[in-house]
Design a protein around this ligand. Structure first.
Ligand SMILES: Nc1ncnc2c1ncn2[C@@H]1O[C@H](COP(=O)(O)OP(=O)(O)OP(=O)(O)O)[C@@H](O)[C@H]1O
Ligand SMILES: [Mg+2]
Length: 406
């Protein structure tokens, strides 16, 4: 996309949106009248067709727009016809990680960990919904009033969530987490200052020696990225079973079996839950089990697996601190029907999990490994936790606490 500010302003203006909308209708009309089947055309032919049509349209309508503006119109019209409309350019832009659409004219992207306003907009709510349908159609899903939320994975591995009014009060929303062509490596994370080399070496040692661990963090804090990184240190030759809601982990091991949950169908049936899959995974002779995120009743099966010989199993949990993570485990266990005492549960957690790895997204967007915390044991209602590494936000220092009295 051009970085010319005048062209940006032009593209965002109401007048241009109106022109674009009218031209789109004009194009559709042409296609219908001439009975054209664009599915049979290659991209170059479609591009030519649209750009010829723009030239004629600009003359016919006496539109006061210059060459570059009419080129922009041709590109936007083509994206509208064939792609995901206003956000196609963002989808194609490799520097963009996340795209969020909060209604027709509030669109943001995340680049290098920072959220910024994207210089594009939709015409109106209906336009956003049209693009959502277009995103979902090839994967056989749809969104409508009776089914106003969709969570899906695109063929390229990107994740999409869409939610529309009346549930979404400020207009239809889309969130796209693009699948990186290559996963972030340990070197990348050190270079970004996310983690110190010493901490990585420590984690590598713990993973090879089959420590059970949980990566803890808020939304988009880098949990999955970290889990992926840790998993790569599992020695080759071990048999790994992964359970995820959307297969995001990328392991290069020979013995990997990947399992993915399935949402219920329209009648609310035939769901395959993470709990079903963890239970099944246990019957598949795994050395280690990796669960993308514990968020439901699979928590009990996972803890049990960790306690019964699947050392080196790993998962992530949504929580903002290591203490929160323990509370959340307890909460999930309660929902899952755990009816033992709190003390017994803590003891079970303490023997199942040896390490908590807390990651966070700082207000500026940078991801940091906040702490690596050992679960030393349980004492009554409390777990005894000890930080081995800690990031100090004030000084921006990664601290190695091994050998310190704390
Ligand atoms: N250390 C890092 N430095 C820069 N970008 C990162 C880092 N870790 C993760 N990211 C990027 O941040 C985004 C979110 O990462 P990730 O999916 O791992 O987070 P998450 O906590 O699993 O998110 P969710 O809560 O949605 O499951 C991705 O685009 C990822 O590439
Ligand atoms: Mg994740």
């Amino acid at each position: 996309m051009s970085s010319d500010p005048a062209l940006f302003r032009f593209r965002l203006s109401d007048q241009y949106q109106q022109v674009k909308n009218n031209f789109h209708r004009h194009l559709i009309q042409q296609i219908e009248e001439r009975n054209l089947d664009l599915d049979d055309w290659d991209a170059a032919r479609i591009e030519r067709f649209v750009s010829d049509a723009v030239k004629r349209y600009v003359v016919e309508q006496r539109l006061p727009i210059n060459q570059r503006e009419s080129e922009a119109l041709a590109k936007d019209a083509k994206d509208e016809l064939m792609g995901f409309g206003p956000i196609q350019g963002l989808v194609d832009d490799e520097t963009v990680n996340d795209i969020v659409v909060n209604g027709p004219d509030r669109i943001f992207v995340e680049r290098e960990g920072r959220l910024q306003v994207a210089p594009v907009r939709f015409f109106n709510n209906a336009h956003v919904v049209r693009v959502i349908q277009r995103i979902l159609a090839p994967i056989g899903r749809r969104i409508d009033e009776s089914n106003p939320m969709v969570d899906a994975r695109l063929p390229d591995g990107s994740r999409v969530n869409a939610i529309i009014p009346p549930i979404a009060l400020d207009g239809p929303c889309i969130s796209i987490r693009k699948f990186r062509k290559s996963a972030l490596t340990a070197e990348d994370l050190v270079r970004y200052g996310s983690v110190s080399r010493e901490a990585l070496d420590y984690l590598k040692h713990r993973v090879t020696h089959r420590t059970n661990l949980i990566v803890v963090g808020g939304t988009g804090s880098g949990k999955t990225t970290f889990l992926n990184l840790l998993s790569q240190w599992i020695p080759p030759g071990e048999r790994i079973l992964t359970v995820e809601d959307a297969a995001e982990l990328r392991l290069e091991h020979e013995h990997v079996v990947r399992l993915e949950t399935r949402p219920p169908n329209l009648e609310g049936e035939r769901a395959v839950t993470a709990r079903d899959l963890v239970r099944n995974a246990l019957r598949m002779r795994p050395d280690r089990i990796i669960v993308g995120e514990v968020r439901g009743d699979e928590v009990l099966d996972m803890l049990q697996a960790m306690n019964t010989g699947h050392d080196g199993s790993m998962t992530t949990i949504h929580a903002n601190s290591t203490h929160d993570a323990v509370h959340r485990l307890e909460l999930l266990a309660g929902f899952a029907g755990y009816n033992g005492s709190e003390v017994a549960f803590r003891a079970q957690v303490a023997s199942a999990i040896q390490l908590l790895v807390h990651v966070a997204r700082l207000p500026g967007g940078q991801r940091r490994l906040m702490s690596i915390t050992e679960v030393v044991g349980a004492k009554g209602h409390d777990l005894i936790l000890r930080d081995v590494f800690r990031y100090d936000v004030e000084s921006g220092q990664h601290r190695d606490l091994r050998g310190s009295a704390l």
